[in-house]
Each structure stands twice: as C-alpha cells, then as structure tokens.
Design a protein around this ligand. Structure first.
Ligand SMILES: C[S@@+](CC[C@H](N)C(=O)[O-])C[C@H]1O[C@@H](n2cnc3c(N)ncnc32)[C@H](O)[C@@H]1O
Length: 296
C-alpha cells in the first residue's frame, strides 16, 4: 500500500509547479507548436469553438485567436497553475486588442483529456501540442471523437517511444528501474484513433535533436518543464548523487562533435470527426460532412 498521489495528480501537480518557468526551457514545444500551426494554415475551416487541449502556458492561444477572430477559445489543462499562467500571458499578449469587437471569447477550464468537460458534438477544432502523450490514447481519442462537432478537426503532436532514448539507455546502465516515461508508438496511436471512430487519420513522425553540454542540464530542463517520471514501477524517493554521476558518465558515450544529443520523436497527427458516431435521422439517412466525402 502506498500513500502516493495517483498518476493524474502527479502530472497536474508537477506541471502546475512548473508553470512560472516552463517557457524558459520549452524549446521543443515552441518548435512543434509553430509547425502544428503552419499545418493548420493549410486547412480551410471556420471553427466557432476551439479547444487548446493541454494548453500549458498558452503560447498558441494568441495565434489561434488571430487566425480565427471571434471564435470562442477554450484553454483546457489538468494543471490549474498552467491555466493561470496561460490566462496571464494571453492578457498581456492581447494588450489593447482585447477591447476590439472582434476579440475572441476566452475560457479557461481545468479538465482531463481523458474526460473532456464538453458535450457531444460541440467542439469544431481541437488543437493539442505535446499534451496527449500524458494520456491513455484509447480514452483520450475516444473523448476527442465524442466532443468533435460533425465537421470537427483534431490537430496534435505527441511523443513516440524513441524520445529521450539516450537518457533511457544511460539509466539502464545504472539500475533496472524505468527513469524515462514510456510513450506509445505511432501505430498504437493510429489504432486508438481508428478504434475511436475518427476519420481521415493522417500521422507522420519526425526526430528533433536538442543538444546539451552535459546531461545534468538536460535533466534540469526536464524538471523545469514539469515532465516528471510517472512510470508505475519507477524508483521512489530521491536519486542519490552516486547514481546521478553514473548516469552522467554513461551518457558520455553519446557525445558527438563536443555536445550531447537528446532525441525527441514527435508524432504529428490530424483527423476529422468520424461519421459513424453521427446520429441517424428519423428517415434512416445519415448526413456526412462534405470534407469527409471529398477524402474518401
Ligand atoms: C509539455 S506541456 C505542453 C503545453 C502546451 N501545449 C505547449 O505547447 O507548450 C503538456 C501540458 O499538458 C497538460 N496535461 C497533461 N496531462 C493532461 C491531461 N490528462 N489532460 C489535460 N491536460 C494535460 C500538462 O499539465 C501540461 O500543461
């Protein structure tokens, strides 16, 4: 029996505490967020209600507001500390624009991607940058499919299993505990999305390599980001200096051209609301959104 907090609470607490300094080290998150927004530019939609799921400090909110003036924007995060930071950042970024008639209606809601606080068929666009890797894909994509409106779209990035492979290998030389979170691979994600009933699923993966002078700096960044190890079998308690020194030495095997790489496997995905979840009309007909007809 353990009196430790459940996984969700650990994630919420850890990100909540990280909110104030998260932006100082969120290099990868900025990069993938920008790329996801660029991909969104290619899609012709006019969403009325948009959810930034796992909004973090809200860096993408301002862009979404500019891109879709007048739309209702809902920032959702499991960590209330992140929501407060997002609200504050958005307020500052908007400046005087917040008085314009075309301003976006903003809402900040503490919620779980595995139990979205929305009615069925009620959200036109779900944008989720590097948040869904914290969730069970079966539950979260089923929730996304449930709440998307008939022509709704989800666009996201998540992390794949090669993420932080150097750190994982280095720890494996020190003890048998999992020190790095495990991530689902693109096929598991695709399967979960298909099972959820989403349609027009597109997935691709890319590798990003951040470089560090030493591996302690990487571990420090992960801590500042709030990305803590939530493996059930993880080692409890503080990590000793001796163990950390061993990891540091093991990580040196990856040094190349004077720097240490930290690999991130990023999966980009988008999909539309699947038709099977739509209600049949009384005469037995089913209305299929035009975008889905085009892609079949
Ligand atoms: C790596 S941050 C990404 C934040 C932001 N999307 C960005 O681009 O910077 C992951 C965020 O997901 C949130 N998160 C983790 N699990 C969640 C869940 N089950 N439901 C909602 N948000 C969650 C965390 O609190 C954190 O703010």
């Amino acid at each position: 029996m353990t009196n430790e907090l459940p996984k969700k609470q650990l994630v919420a607490d850890s990100f909540g505490r990280a909110a104030a300094h998260y932006d100082d080290v969120a290099v990868l998150q900025r990069q993938t967020g920008d790329e996801l927004l660029e991909r969104l530019d290619l899609v012709k939609i006019k969403p009325k209600r948009i959810v930034d799921l796992g909004v973090g400090t809200g860096r993408n909110l301002n862009y979404l507001a500019q891109r879709y003036p007048g739309a209702q924007l809902i920032a959702v995060d499991i960590a209330t500390g992140m929501l407060q930071q997002a609200r504050q950042n958005y307020y500052q970024q908007q400046g005087l624009k917040r008085w314009l008639p075309s301003r976006n209606k903003m809402h900040y809601i503490a919620g779980d991607a595995e139990k979205l606080p929305f009615e069925d068929n009620s959200v036109d666009l779900i944008f989720a940058n590097l948040a869904l890797q914290w969730c069970d894909p079966r539950t979260s994509y089923a929730e996304i499919q449930r709440v998307l409106s008939p022509e709704g779209l989800v666009m996201f990035t998540t992390l794949g299993p090669d993420t932080l492979s150097e750190l994982r290998h280095s720890w494996a030389q020190v003890d048998d505990f999992p020190h790095v979170n495990l991530f689902y691979d693109m096929h598991d994600v695709g399967e979960a999305m298909t099972e959820a009933g989403l349609a027009g699923i597109v997935l691709d993966a890319d590798r990003y390599i951040l470089t560090y002078d030493d591996s302690m700096a990487l571990m420090k960044d992960l801590k500042i980001l709030g990305a803590r190890n939530v493996n059930r079998e993880r080692k409890r308690g503080l990590t000793g200096k001796h163990a950390l020194e061993k990891v540091r030495q093991a990580y040196e095997q990856f040094r190349k051209e004077g720097v240490l790489p930290a690999t991130y496997e990023v999966v980009f995905g988008h999909a539309w609301k699947g038709v099977q979840a739509q209600k049949m009309a009384e005469d037995g007909s089913v209305a299929i959104p035009i975008n889905q007809i085009q892609r079949k």
